[in-house]
Design a protein. Structure first.
Length: 379
């Protein structure tokens, strides 16, 4: 447990499990529920820290696996921490690297000790264990770090998932024992796939290890929304109220609502910046593709309800021109907008929770956005 980190619960919505809180970290307080922009290689693509501050970013996420390979832990340590290396003054989170090992690496071999695999860059043999993941994250210096876990594929057999959950629990204990930086909060990761009893077992046993917070792993891997929602509920019901809850890799407006309604506090996803680089824009009235000809002479902003720098200063016509010419400025401006869209949505969600009207706000928002299904919560 880190004495430099704590979670303060402010309010629980009367009509759901949604809640507002404050996470206290060495680099400042952050308000939940929150969305975290992803800065995989110690940068949120195309955006500077000052631009992230301007659009209301609180915590950003960097990737342990990628930062381990490039620029390397020694390069970051030479500057101090990720904060000083990239000049980001607010809280940061690093993931364990586990997801990348299992999604990018070929010919990987899982053993009790860890995972042997080859670099996706040049084929160099690599090995990552719970201890190694924590050692790397201790040196990177983020405020919140993650346990090393196996991210099983979806779908997989019950037998495989059971073995994976048990191994992940053993890895979680080893990682916690190896954790040496008391200024960093360490989160445990709960797995179990779509199997309710394994979710219960994984969560209860992970909670016994007494982490600073808990993550819901193994979602958004191709399962249906119904199955994903069940996974979330099967995990949250066994999590303590006085610790933050983090749903990894989720970033659509509908998924934010559904996670929050089930008691989730933290989200991250590459989605808003990734789709921005391809011209896709989230707006109050649904997604649009700025490359379409219908915007050639359109002098309106992307979203008249948005307060981001892009919407304040540029037209659809100009943004379409930038994309047609493959100008980097277009990708930067749309990335700013999409991130601000989700950060502003998080702010509005927090306000709605404090006023006990989140379900109504979700209905109003999704009706305009043009997507979404009725929320069915398991009591």
């Amino acid at each position: 447990m880190s004495r430099y980190f704590s979670f303060e619960l402010l309010h629980v919505d009367k009509n759901s499990k949604a809640r507002c809180g404050i996470i206290h970290t060495p680099h400042g307080d952050v308000y939940t529920p929150m969305f975290m922009p992803v800065g995989t290689l110690a940068t949120v693509k195309y955006l500077s820290p000052d631009e992230l501050y301007e659009i209301g970013s609180q915590v950003i996420l960097a990737n342990t696996y990628h930062c381990w390979l490039r620029p390397g832990v020694d390069v970051v340590s030479n500057a101090g921490t990720l904060h000083t290396f990239m000049n980001y003054k607010r809280p940061m989170l690093t993931d364990s690297g586990g997801f990348q090992v299992f999604s990018l690496a070929e010919n990987r071999k899982i053993s009790e000790e860890g995972v042997s695999f080859k670099s996706h860059l040049d084929g160099t043999p690599l090995f990552l264990s719970p201890e190694k993941s924590i050692e790397i994250q201790n040196k990177l210096g983020a405020d919140i770090i993650m346990s090393f876990d196996e991210c099983p594929p979806y779908p997989c057999s019950y037998e495989y998932m059971k073995q994976s959950v048990e191994r992940t629990l053993r890895w979680a204990k080893r990682g916690k024992d190896a954790h040496k930086n008391e200024q960093q909060a360490l989160f445990g990761i709960c797995q179990g796939g779509e199997f309710t009893d394994l979710r219960k077992f994984s969560t209860e046993e992970t909670v016994k290890l007494d982490f600073d917070g808990y993550s819901i792993g193994g979602t958004a891997l191709g399962e249906s929304k119904k199955v994903m929602h069940q996974m979330i509920e099967d995990t949250v019901r066994y999590l303590p109220e006085d610790k933050p809850r983090y749903l990894m890799g989720v970033g659509t407006p509908e998924d934010l609502f559904e996670g929050v309604l089930r008691g989730v506090d933290m989200f991250d996803c590459v989605l808003p910046t990734r789709i921005a680089r391809h011209g896709s824009v989230m707006t109050s009235f649904g997604k649009i593709n700025i490359k379409k000809k219908e915007y050639e002479f359109d002098l309106s902003p992307l979203d008249s309800n948005c307060d981001c720098p892009t919407c304040k200063n540029y037209t659809k016509s100009y943004l379409r021109h930038l994309y047609r010419c493959d100008e980097g400025l277009g990708k930067r401006l749309l990335s700013l907008h999409n991130l601000r869209f989700l950060l502003k949505l998080s702010e509005d969600i927090r306000k709605a929770i404090m006023e006990d009207r989140l379900i109504e706000f979700k209905k109003e928002f999704m009706k305009k956005y043009g997507q979404g299904t009725p929320t069915t919560l398991i009591k």
